[in-house]
Design a protein around this ligand. Structure first.
Ligand code: PLP
Length: 424
């Protein structure tokens, strides 16, 4: 592939002015110019179509350009693209908050909206810190999070990511240190965490975890028992439990929310990514009634002082409501099971390929893990030559396609992985 020769003018002219994500700008290959999307496919400027194995960083769960979401967006943009949320209210956000409360288990009933996942996590962290302050308990100023975890790129969320494997080790020492531990995977792990919390629990505001799958940390899986252990420990030591379901929420793991596989609820859950079906940025930190009530007071200072300018953007909320409509008939369950089976079957032969140490599948997530970090740029280019868009990370090549990806396109994705890693 020779992207330079095929580059459209806008790419050539704008390239010097766009600072790209996770990118060494001096040496990176040029990005692939995308001019349209449909279904599970990206259309490139040269007319080629790539099957998208990632659903645009795990957002486009129903596939691209879904007519129901597109229509909801058209209707909303004609009526009201945006109004500030301070002192004003609008139907898309109020309907969405009610629907999320109905959909989430337990009494996770109070949604605070923002625009990105990282900001939702920051808000959840702020809620947890202030929850204890409002209740007159000082000194709970840190978070307990886990090796392998990823919660965002903003300064505060960087502190709760994996300190070594994550993308933020450069900043060690710049921000306040949190308590980072191993996820408890058995009784011994739970006992070790219990000891840690006995020693340091008084300084911990909340335990923060991605339930079932640590996504950006390498698609690392753990079981529902781990989540139940965390709930027990949080209750025992009087700390809050935050589930970051920004990746796992909305069906990705096979349950609507990963927490449902464990039958327990956190005190706060963060949502984003597939919330709008992959159309517009929107996120929420949804608190339990106990957390919410700790902010009710005659004292104005007890309020949550937060309010991103574009929070609860009506267009984004309309997209989220339309996406929830699509989940309503429950057909997504069979789709996720179908994708899961195709990934399991199609990736299984990768086990014997050079350097592969594990192949694992959960819901609509398929992972091939290597014994060392892979060459992301080279692999992306080779995958594009095979007609698919797959962007590995760290030691893993993974697939997180739209739930609606047709069987033939799923087959293309797994074939491409097998061919590129030499498993066929
Ligand atoms: C679990 C989790 N939390 C938070 C984030 C950050 O979300 P955003 O990139 O929208 O800030 C991500 C992004 O990948 C994520 O996977």
């Amino acid at each position: 592939m020779t992207p330079d020769r095929l580059a459209p003018d806008w790419l050539t002219e704008g390239a010097a002015h766009v600072w790209r994500p996770y990118c060494q700008m001096q040496t990176a290959r040029p990005p692939l110019p995308v001019v349209a999307t449909h279904g599970a496919r990206l259309v490139l400027a040269d007319g080629r179509e790539l099957v998208d194995g990632l659903a645009s960083w795990w957002t486009a769960c129903h596939g691209y350009n879904h007519p129901h979401i597109a229509q909801a967006l058209r209707d909303q943009i004609e009526r009201m693209p945006h109004v500030m949320f301070g002192g004003l209210a609008h139907e898309p956000a109020y309907r969405l908050a009610k629907r999320l409360a109905d959909l989430l288990p337990g009494d996770l009933n109070h949604a605070f909206f923002a625009e990105s996942g990282s900001v939702a996590v920051e808000i959840a962290m702020k809620m947890a810190l202030q929850f204890h302050i409002n209740r007159g308990e000082q000194g709970r100023i840190r978070f307990l999070s886990f090796r392998g975890g990823y919660h965002g790129d903003t300064l505060a969320t960087m502190t709760v990511c994996d300190p070594e494997e994550g993308m933020h080790s450069l900043f060690a020492g710049v921000m306040p240190a949190q308590v980072i531990a191993d996820l408890p995977r058995d009784a011994e792990g739970e006992a070790a965490l219990d000891t840690l919390l006995t020693q340091r629990g008084g300084e911990i505001a909340a335990i923060l975890v991605e339930p079932l799958v640590q996504g950006a940390g390498g698609m690392l899986l753990h079981g529902p028992d781990t989540l139940r252990a965390l709930r027990r420990l949080a209750d025992k030591h009087g700390v809050l439990l935050i589930f970051d379901e920004i990746f796992t929420g909305f069906g990705r793991t096979g349950s609507m929310f990963a927490m449902q596989a464990a039958g327990i609820e956190p005190d706060i859950v963060t949502l984003s990514k597939a919330l709008t079906g992959g159309t517009l940025p929107l996120s929420a930190a949804v608190a339990s009634t106990r957390v919410f009530q700790a902010f009710l007071s005659d004292d104005p200072e007890a309020a949550l002082m937060h309010g991103p300018t574009y929070m609860a953007n009506p267009l984004a909320c309309a997209a989220a409501n339309a996406s929830l409509d699509l989940f309503e008939d429950g057909a997504w369950r069979a789709e996720v099971a179908r994708v899961s089976a195709a990934l399991a079957e199609g990736l299984e032969p990768c086990r014997t390929a050079p350097g592969v140490v594990d192949v694992r599948v959960l819901g609509a997530i398929g992972v091939v893990e290597f014994d060392a970090p892979v060459a992301v740029g080279d692999l992306c280019a080779r995958f594009a030559d095979e007609g698919v868009w797959i962007r590995p990370m760290g030691k893993v090549i993974y697939l997180t396609p739209a739930f609606t990806t047709p069987d033939a396109d799923l087959a293309l994705l797994t074939l491409a992985v097998r061919r590129v890693i030499g498993a066929d």
